[in-house]
Design a protein around this ligand. Structure first.
Ligand code: FAD
Length: 455
């Protein structure tokens, strides 16, 4: 064994039994708890973990038993109450819809090209550009599309303006994007990362398991996340529409205007907008057909432990001055780092933001957050009763009302459509004119329901 390996091994294992990749397999992967976030490969000091096509980790060399992969992994264990005390000095309330936030804003970049190229309103990319161009970061961990396979997302460490701009827009599919941490380890930093809630859980754990690397990640920009899709979700949509994913030059999950939707540009230049249903409604169905099972066990929708959480701002929920905020991103400021970032980017003219008072928060954001919490609580309690493995978030799982149970049961019943033949049929309907009609009927049903006092 060479000197570096010996040193790293010695540093990590003093005073406790050796742990390593085999433990990650045993405690997380084999139990179905891997979130495929990429933290394990990112923190591996000898780069012997990579990810297969479905995003699962694989050992590609000799494990030095430093334990970082398993100890940083958020798959089976994240201490939410401890994180809450460390970050906010407050006890954790698992039932709080919005989490600990100082301020909520809606806004967009001052640069209209960044705004119009964003998923929601381009605020995330604008913040990254601000940090890069003012020398506050050396680069940012983001997710672009693979130039070799343009229908597949890929993690990148963006160090130029062009790379950051090209990586804009959401990729609604599992990407173990925290693998870029291994590249950050080799550079000076500091860096920003764009991360989903599960990835943020791992990044916060990293402060203890690898403080030097954690010190390089100065800004954590979280993306709100209902759930994420299996890597074949969008590819199956293409196939259901008779499109060969290999014939695609550009694929976008949020392309073609605001709020946009699945869009493909073929190698022969032909452009295809794949659905006419609002992206939110498409994703509601897609997340039932292709949602990752580990996502269904998560209760954090709004990046409760990020520096800033960013999500869609549903201007259609408002009939006042907020109603003209299309092409905008909503942002929850959570930490001092987040506050400083939003304030300085605004002061220096990179972004335009305004406060949303608590009684004006979006109903849609509130609904999906409550849904994720309620469904998560129902599942976690059921798994406990059945003695099945589940992530330990170190809080007592709140009980759920009868209404919550019924909602969870209704959504769970969509699970039958995960059967391949039924799923293919559901996709063909969803992406057809008949699907649009069904969607319009559903929207009408919800409006009537709302009018008569529903939620
Ligand atoms: C899987 C997923 C689920 C989401 N679910 C919701 C939801 O339910 N409700 C809601 O309001 N918002 C959700 N969002 C967030 C929303 O889609 C926008 O990303 C967010 O509003 C920021 O928009 P923006 O225009 O400011 O970002 P942009 O300026 O377009 O920048 C987006 C940044 O995110 C990075 N990125 C894209 N995909 C990923 C990914 N998979 N993992 C990590 N980084 C990524 C990009 O590289 C880019 O840097 C989700 C995002 C993702 C990726």
């Amino acid at each position: 064994m060479n000197e570096i390996k010996q040193q790293k091994q010695g540093e990590q294992v003093q005073g406790r039994p050796k742990r390593g990749y085999a433990d990650l397999e045993k405690e997380v992967i084999d139990l179905g708890l891997c979130a495929r976030c990429g933290i394990c490969s990112g923190v591996c000091p000898v780069d012997v973990i990579s990810h297969n096509a479905r995003g699962y980790p694989e050992l590609t060399g000799e494990c030095i038993q430093c334990g970082r992969c398993v100890d940083t992994c958020p798959g089976a264990d994240v201490d939410f109450p401890a994180l809450s005390r460390e970050l906010f000095g407050k006890e954790y309330d698992p039932d709080s819809t919005w989490g600990e936030q100082r301020r909520v804003v809606v806004g967009h970049p001052s640069d209209d090209t960044v705004r119009k190229n964003g998923a929601s309103g381009g605020l995330t990319t604008a913040l990254l550009l601000y940090l890069l161009k003012t020398g506050k970061i050396e680069g940012a961990g983001v997710v672009g599309m693979d130039p070799e396979y343009p229908s597949r997302p890929k993690a990148i460490l963006a160090t130029t303006e062009e790379e950051l701009r090209a990586a804009a827009k959401s990729k609604y599919t599992i990407v173990p994007s925290m693998e870029v941490l291994s590249e950050m380890r080799k550079r000076k930093g500091p860096f920003a990362v764009v991360a989903l809630p599960c990835q943020i859980h791992g990044l916060r754990k990293m402060v203890k398991t690898d403080p030097a690397l954690a010190g390089k990640v100065k800004y954590i920009l979280g993306l709100y996340c209902h759930y994420n899709m299996e890597p074949d979700g969008h590819l199956d949509c293409l196939r259901a529409l008779g499109i060969d994913p290999d014939e695609i030059a550009v694929f976008e999950f949020r392309g073609g205007g605001w709020p946009g939707g699945f869009r493909a540009v073929m190698k022969n230049g032909e452009e295809k907008q794949l659905h006419h249903i609002n992206i939110k409604n498409i994703m509601t169905v897609m997340l039932r057909l292709y949602g990752s099972k580990r996502c269904y066990m998560c209760t954090d929708a709004l990046c409760e432990f990020g520096d800033v959480g960013l999500g869609d701002f549903w201007a259609i929920d408002y009939d006042d001055e907020f109603g003209d905020c299309s092409w905008s991103t909503m942002a929850s400021e959570r930490t001092d780092v987040g506050r400083e970032l939003l304030e300085s980017a605004e002061r220096d003219g990179w972004i335009e933001i305004r406060d949303i008072p608590p009684d004006r928060y979006s109903r849609r954001t509130e609904n999906f957050t409550r849904e994720k919490k309620t469904e998560g609580f129902v599942r976690l309690r059921r798994f406990d009763r059945q003695n099945r493995p589940r992530p330990d978030f170190h809080f007592e799982v709140p009980s759920v009302s009868l209404k919550g149970h019924l909602m969870a049961m209704t959504y769970a019943s969509f699970g039958v459509f995960r059967q391949p033949k039924l799923r293919a049929m559901a996709l063909r309907i969803l992406f057809s004119p008949f699907g649009s009609l069904l969607d319009r009927l559903n929207t009408w049903r919800k409006e009537v329901f709302l009018k008569f006092g529903g939620n």
